[in-house]
Ligand binder design. Sequence first.
Ligand code: BES
Ligand code: MG
Ligand code: ZN
Length: 506
Amino acid sequence: MTITIQFSKSLSSHQNPLIVPFYAHDVGAQCAAADFLSDKALSVISSIVSLQDENGFLGKDGQSLELYFAADVPEGARRVILFGLGEKRDMSAIAAENLGGKLCAILNGLSSQSVVVAGEGVEHPAHFVLGAALRSYRFERYKTMDQEKAQATQLKSLEFCAYDAEITQEEYQDLVPVLSGVELARDLVNEAPNALYPESYAALIAEELKPLGVDIEILDEKKMRKMGMGAIMAVGQGSERQPRMVVMRWKGKGVAKDAKPIALVGKGVTFDTGGISIKPSAGMDEMKMDMGGSAAVVGTMKTLALREAPAYVVGIVGLAENMPSANAYRPGDIVTSYAGKTIEVLNTDAEGRLVLADALAYVQEKYDPDTIIDLATLTGAMMVALGNEYCGTFANDDALWDDMSSAAKNADEKIWRMPLDDAWSKEMLSTVADLRNIGQSRFAGACTAAAFLQHFVDKGRKWAHMDIAGTAWVKKDKPTVPKFGTGFGVRTLNQLVKQAYDIAKD
Ligand code: BES
Ligand code: MG
Ligand code: ZN
């Protein structure tokens, strides 16, 4: 859930608190909304700002100053919060989003249910508002105690006021599909693993996306077994909750009949105990986020459908729960994947690549995609390499990497190119089967995992693999991303599709 956003042309509502943005200026701070406020309000506020020394409010990026007035002096508001936007020349769309997010974080700590922003003069206002909305996300489905008390102090709505609020509102409406897709992805990642398991997840995807015009196909365990998807079936066999594969097809208006789709492939391990190669118990609860790749795919499909993207995109997610049990797959097992390649399982905790192997093979055979992007919380090694900041991204095509890099920059998601190499592809060959599911040392774990996946990508097909182990789930807030499920990937994928289709058409 996120806050309600409203737009209006004047500050008539007399609500508290009133947010007044300032730009940092050579000589202190300059009110962004100077020609929007009454002379009286402006002079009262400016006189206080002019009293600030170098330790005070200077309009710096994210700075704030809370003021109270004995009488209703500034536009009927007794409570005014000055908010710093930083230097005007630094105000890009992404900077505006981050500022909106920082404002929201400040307001979250202030116990006011609704605020009014004197938004005149703020650059990229729709992005500023989007940033606030993104940051306001909360997962509170399971909160039943003390709800009233908590809600009384939580920010519920933000009203953005400016002369051309209507234009800002229109621009904001164009961004709402992105917000909705990110919100869905976050909800899926944050959801408890007893509620979100392959069967319930598949049903939820259909419920969310079918009404938006996305074509849905669900493969159940009987179908998958019959089709020979021995890899994903092995991962799920230790669980009472049987695997699913869900295909989501979006073909927007104006797409050529013979167009090849972009395929988005997501790892959806709804809970990863590690299986027989079981993980340590401390922190295992976090492995409910092991379906973060699938969440990014589902969230992106929602965004594309909501904005009626003129694009052809096939999303596919492999859903399985990795559990130890009397029926679980074992280290030493050899399984036959959908592609026909046999895999020696040496560690049951390296399960994501098995799930992806079958999803990758199926989507290529059935849809002959022009480009494939897969997303997966695949390796702890990626977290060791790039932490929670950058998503390591492997690409077998330089032009595809360039497209992804610019898409990610535009989306304010950080990605970093990682290497594919024949040496790692060879390292993943087994002595008793075609492939082994772990490398031969503990080094370069993210790269050997990518090399394993590459064995399931047809020669000549453009492919990228995003290991989102460190970015799908964070334990510290970022300006537009509150902690836990982040929805990472939705914005980059949406932008990538936009670049490939919308922009090409313009
Ligand atoms: N889901 C994990 C990777 C992971 C770890 C994601 C931490 C997010 C945070 C994956 O299934 C896994 O267990 N990978 C193993 C692979 C190893 C056995 C080769 C790992 O990274 O330890
Ligand atoms: Mg694992
Ligand atoms: Zn996993």
